[in-house]
Design a protein around this ligand. Structure first.
Ligand code: NAD
Ligand code: MG
Length: 373
């Protein structure tokens, strides 16, 4: 069964979603304490008896013991490897340490590795899983909003090189993704807002009503059920896109709304001090303004977007290194051999944006005229 649903506030949302790929499709489960299903699932679907849990100290301290106990109860022998904080964990240095740990622990072909953390843990662990012994079983238990709605679904795994982010990686699908929104209770506010930008993006490209709903709610007052609702809806949107375009050959580009400028902002910051989602929030604001100025997006729809971003992200103040010229330099470097810079431009809230190639001159002109900190 591809989708089982549950009713929240009178609306139906998936409780289980099946990511229906040509091969290696996998289920995504939602719910409180759903992570503790891992043992049950592995018992039925996996031959190996050893599990390596990869996490970070803060996350493991909060939630690790329960997960480990559950797996042990189900008869699995567990090992734990804790990665450091931040992008440094997504490096060959730590992948080599993971290989060492796995060999020492005796992890074999039919055993399993669990990524228990945010996108950093998920990306690095997934890359380890794809390469160790030519691929072992991999489970995602995301613990940040961003990893729940974005990085844990879609199969992209990878690490950074000194020359740039995510330059080495693979498409490697997990066996199962378990999304327990109760982990969000301890997530720092900035991290929540970073993830929220990707949620809002998902709604902007695929669901007018949810985009409207999200801009009206008071985030501080969102209840657990409502978090669940928005996460389930966002995952469903991403799932639909990645099922059609598993290997990023076309449709996945719709997920890049706000990312051309967002990525440039991160790039100018040297990928430090601003979170990806925060940069994407500003990217969404600017790119939809661009779309309005090009006569594509109706002004009243742009106003809605501007209202949402200003309401939630007005704390973001760009520093003086972020200038139209620096943003352009980054986008030109990033576009790889192509003449023009591609923007995903929204024409209507709730419908997939369309790619538009714009030349550097046009982009610089617009930025210079509209740029504000
Ligand atoms: P992150 O993994 O760095 O986590 C953010 C912080 O929150 C960390 O300090 C982490 O320890 C902490 N944390 C995690 N869960 C917590 C919890 N429940 N309570 C308290 N603290 C918690 O950041 P992220 O935003 O989850 O992921 C960012 C990474 O994801 C980037 O490297 C990015 O490239 C990658 N990414 C990958 C994809 C993909 O498709 N593979 C998509 C988007 C982003
Ligand atoms: Mg993104």
């Amino acid at each position: 069964k591809i989708i089982e649903t549950t009713t929240i506030n009178g609306l139906r949302f998936p409780r289980k979603l099946y990511i229906n790929l040509a091969e290696n499709g996998y289920p995504v489960y939602f719910g409180e304490r759903v992570a503790l299903k891992a043992g049950e699932f592995l018992k039925e679907n996996v031959a190996g008896k050893k599990i390596l849990i990869v996490s970070q100290e803060n996350i493991f301290q909060l939630y690790g013991k329960k997960l480990e106990e559950n797996l042990n109860e189900k008869g699995f022998k567990t090992g734990v490897y804790l990665l450091p904080q931040g992008e440094v964990a997504k490096s060959m240095e730590y992948i080599l340490k993971l290989y060492d740990k796995a060999l020492e622990f005796g992890l074999r072909r039919h055993d399993t590795v669990i990524a228990f953390g945010g996108g950093v843990v998920g990306d690095a662990t997934g890359f380890f899983a794809a390469t160790y012994l030519r691929g072992i079983n991999f489970i995602q238990i995301p613990t940040t909003l961003l990893s729940m709605v974005d990085s844990s679904v879609g199969g992209k795994v990878g690490i950074n090189l000194p020359q740039g982010k995510n330059l080495v990686g693979a498409f490697y699908q997990p066996k199962i993704v378990l999304i327990d929104t109760t982990y969000l209770k301890t997530l720092p506010r900035r991290e929540v807002l970073a993830g929220l930008a990707e949620v809002y993006k998902a709604f902007l490209i695929a669901d007018y009503d949810l985009a409207e709903w999200l801009s009206k709610v008071d985030l501080a007052k969102l209840r657990q059920r409502e978090w669940q609702k928005l996460i389930q809806a966002a995952v469903k949107i991403k799932a639909r896109v990645v099922t059609i375009d598993e290997r990023e050959e076309g449709l996945r580009a719709v997920l890049n709304l706000g990312h051309t400028l967002g990525h440039a902002i991160e790039g100018v910051y040297g990928f430090k001090s601003i979170l990806h989602g925060e940069a994407v929030a500003l990217g969404i604001l600017w790119e939809t303004k661009f779309s309005k100025d090009l006569g594509l997006l109706p002004p009243e729809e742009y106003e809605k977007i501007s209202f949402f971003i200003n309401k939630n992200y007005s704390y973001l103040k760009l520093n003086s290194t972020v200038t139209p010229e620096n943003l352009l330099l980054f986008m030109e470097k990033d576009k790889k051999n192509r003449e023009n810079i591609t923007f995903m431009l929204l024409k209507k809230i709730g419908e997939y944006p369309e790619p538009k190639e714009l030349n550097s001159q046009q982009v610089l002109q617009w930025l210079t005229k509209n740029f504000t900190r």
